[in-house]
Write a protein that binds this ligand. Structure first.
Ligand code: GDG
Length: 735
């Protein structure tokens, strides 16, 4: 039975050695709780590093046996791998870059190589336990390459990927030397999730600019697969925080801490030690607050909890020193015998203490410089059972997109932080309750369980959608069938689209001239007296004549305005009027003026605006504008607008490749028909074909064609095999 496998860098347990015995401590993170409801079910599984280096094989086996009993499976990492893959590439290259701290990022080839190796290690471990039809959900930035590695080994599996940290703007992401490989790694997924729409937008833009795949409504087509990118803001286990806050133990602790603090107002700050969390900036703002509002001296205390993290990394050591110094300086300046403005704890506490802190805080100061989501602010809101308290939240945290009732600040604006802190400490209680109530309603609904089910539902939807869009790959068995009917036929028709099916696209259309191999292939194919070969294009007839006119083949140019049967001259199919062209040309000229790099191609009965050489993004934007502009003008005319490959074409409606190919089907007997195209304009050709025809689309996107191939090379391979020709330039594996 198909199962679900969760993969993350760390397992939701921490393995420890105590007095020679191995001990497994469960992790209490939000993700562990949220996914706990699914990974423990049936034969599901969670795969990851158990948090300790285990080298001894007998010990490793003990760990495997123990974890397998709890629906977990370990990936063992060596000291070197932890240093280079986890501390190094993950935390010193990816983490700073993705949090807009590129100046902290290090680029070392050795670290990258270990990152690749460890991703492969996770893949190998997964392949041992996964079945071909399993669903695999990969988590976070440590495993960006894993989706594609898995796709190669388990092509049929369902792969979801969720990134917990931000995805930076293209301008920042492009700085990484391994940017393309990282994106390609992620693109092996069926569904890619981020916390916010902005992360998703940044990712799509990087994919477009660096890998060259555009997207429509979050769908990316890689040429042979379609995948979806979407946003899924992660929630918390709301009930757990609500119930903990209501427990006797937590209330007892709150009372005790309050007695010890003497202060009337408490401001709370909780984070892992990390430069992305804005801890020094927060301290500076608190210092300025004390300076500007002396009436709050002895009345307010900042309880600051910093959880040790990544202390082996240099930048974190420096940050720790900076925080220690700032706290020392502020306390040194303002402390009294019975009041310390800052109570600073550099350690981790049990959930009950955390919950007591949340309960007693009048204000939570959550001011990261950048944060994928931030769960602390959500936990604070869930723990405020009497609905008093104010949340000050950074605009740079993903959570700010949901918690609009919080007091939102820019963490770089110290003055704004100071004034907002003052506003929070003096906010009337009824207003506090109003804000808190709205936030609680939202967080209760969009909790961690909701997040898991949204992601899983969307993943199933993607699989269904992929199936409904898919054409079958023209595999060996189909080839044999096609080849048999080719052999048996006495009259055969071939309809072959030129650009995209026989020849790859070029930035300049006139650079896509036929190479020797193609000319030879067409010559051999057409020299068989049973074959009639029709090459179709939207190109001008003179262009087609120059490149292919000498061959014994038929040609269709300009979408079917012009046709040429072998041994004869060019003729038009219909008497067309082209008096619309001068008006439309004026509009296209306007778009060329506004879009550097674009140009107009004028054909006898159509006009094309090309934007292949335009800055990525701008071309697509202008094309959308132009298409809607032209569609509006074309409403009551007989013109048709084609939104093609990096080009917008406008032509007379009565002209179509489908109509043109219909002419051959009527004129010539045929007991074998093969039609190959790539663009959505070629769908007309497929529709015009008889039912028994072999219709083949290049690229696996939605099509009425029966089959698909992945590239022009594969078209050539198919045709060469039919006529027994060895093509010189084809890659070995295709021969
Ligand atoms: C990454 C992204 C995204 C903190 N101190 C203690 C303690 N904690 C718990 C909190 C909270 C968690 O740690 C911190 O979560 P955050 O979301 O705030 O931040 P990251 O660790 O950086 O997490 C982040 C998250 O992934 C999820 O996608 O939100 O943006 O950076 O749950 O309560 N827990 C205990 N003792 C402590 O002293 N028990």
């Amino acid at each position: 039975m198909a199962k679900l496998i969760i993969v993350s860098n760390r397992l939701p347990v921490k393995l420890q050695e105590q007095e020679g015995r191995l001990d497994f401590k469960p992790s209490e993170g939000g993700l562990a709780t949220g996914l706990g409801s699914i990974y423990k079910k049936k034969n599901n599984l969670w795969i990851g590093w158990p948090g300790m280096v285990v080298e001894d094989e007998t010990q490793q086996q003990q760990v495997i046996d123990n974890l397998n009993g709890q629906n977990m499976h370990p990936v063992f990492l060596t000291e070197k791998e932890i240093k280079e893959f986890y501390e190094g590439f993950s935390n010193e290259t990816l983490w700073p870059t993705f949090h807009y701290f590129s100046q902290y990022a290090i680029y070392e080839q050795q670290l990258w190589e270990t990152y690749v190796e460890v991703n492969q290690k996770y893949c190998d471990e997964l392949v041992k336990v996964a079945e071909p039809d399993d669903t695999i959900w990969v988590h976070d930035y440590q495993l960006l390459l894993l989706p594609s590695m898995l796709r190669e080994k388990l092509p049929e599996s369902t792969i979801g990927f969720f990134q917990h940290i931000p995805f930076p703007s293209y301008e920042v992401f492009r700085l990484l030397p391994w940017r393309k490989e990282l994106l390609e790694g992620m693109l092996g997924s069926d569904l890619i999730g981020f916390h916010t729409y902005d992360d998703m937008r940044h990712f799509l833009s990087s994919v477009n600019r660096l890998v060259g795949h555009g997207s429509t409504h979050g769908w990316i087509n890689t040429g042979n697969r379609s995948l979806l990118v979407d946003s899924f803001p992660m929630g918390i286990d709301y009930e757990k925080y609500e119930q903990t806050a209501a427990s006797e133990e937590v209330m007892k602790r709150e009372k005790m801490y309050r007695n010890n603090l003497h202060s009337k107002k408490i401001v709370l700050s909780i984070d892992r030690l990390d430069y992305s969390k804005g801890i020094p900036q927060r301290l500076q703002a608190f210092e300025l607050f004390l300076e500007r509002y002396p009436e709050f001296h002895e009345k307010v205390t900042l309880v600051m909890l910093v959880v040790p993290s990544r202390d082996a990394v240099e930048k974190y050591k420096e940050l720790k020193e900076e925080v220690d110094e700032l706290v020392g300086r502020i306390n040194g300046k303002y402390s009294h015998m019975n009041w310390n403005p800052i109570q600073y704890f550099y350690r981790s506490y049990p959930l009950e203490t955390l919950s007591a802190f949340y309960r007693m805080a009048d204000v939570a100061l959550v001011t990261p410089m950048r944060d994928g989501m931030n769960l602390v602010c959500k936990e604070y809101v869930a723990s405020k059972l009497d609905q008093t308290g104010v949340l000050i939240l950074s605009e740079m945290a993903g959570a700010s997109k949901e918690l609009s009732e919080a007091l939102l600040i820019n963490p770089n604006d110290i003055n704004q932080m100071v004034e907002t802190l003052h506003a929070a400490l003096t906010m009337p209680e009824d207003m506090q309750k109003q804000h808190m109530q709205h936030m609680q309603e939202s967080l209760r609904r969009y909790n961690i369980h909701h997040w898991v089910s949204m992601f899983m539902d969307r993943l199933s939807y993607v699989k269904i959608k992929q199936l409904s869009m898919a054409t079958t790959y023209l595999d060996e068995a189909t080839y044999q069938e096609l080849s048999n009917s080719y052999e048996e036929a006495s009259t055969r028709l071939f309809f072959l689209e030129y650009d995209g099916a026989l020849v790859d696209y070029h930035n300049r259309p006139l650079m896509a001239a036929p190479d020797e191999d193609l000319l030879e292939l067409l010559q051999v194919l057409s020299s068989n007296s049973k074959n009639r070969v029709v090459v179709i294009s939207s190109r001008e007839k003179d262009n087609m004549q120059r490149w292919l006119g000498h061959l014994n083949i038929d040609l269709i140019a300009e979408h079917g305005v012009w046709i040429k049967q072998r041994g004869t001259g060019w003729q038009t199919m219909t008497s067309l009027i082209d008096d619309w062209k001068s008006d439309i040309r004026l509009i296209l000229d306007l778009y060329v003026d506004r879009t550097p790099g674009s140009f107009i191609e004028e054909k006898e009965y159509s006009l094309v605006w090309h934007y292949r050489r335009v800055e990525t993004g701008l071309g697509e934007l202008r094309a959308r504008e132009l298409v809607s502009h032209l569609n509006f003008l074309a409403t009551n005319s007989n013109l048709q607008v084609l939104d093609g490959q990096m080009a917008v074409e406008i032509k007379a409606q009565e002209v179509s490749k489908g109509k043109a190919t219909g002419y051959w089907l009527n004129m010539y007997p045929h007991d074998f028909v093969l039609a190959i195209g790539d663009d959505w304009g070629d769908e007309d050709i497929f529709k015009a074909m008889p039912r028994e025809a072999y219709t083949v689309k290049i690229g696996n996107s939605h099509s009425v064609a029966k089959y698909h191939l992945d590239s022009c090379e594969e078209t050539r391979k198919l045709l060469s095999r039919l006529v027994g020709l060895k093509q010189k330039k084809l890659p070995k594996e295709l021969l």
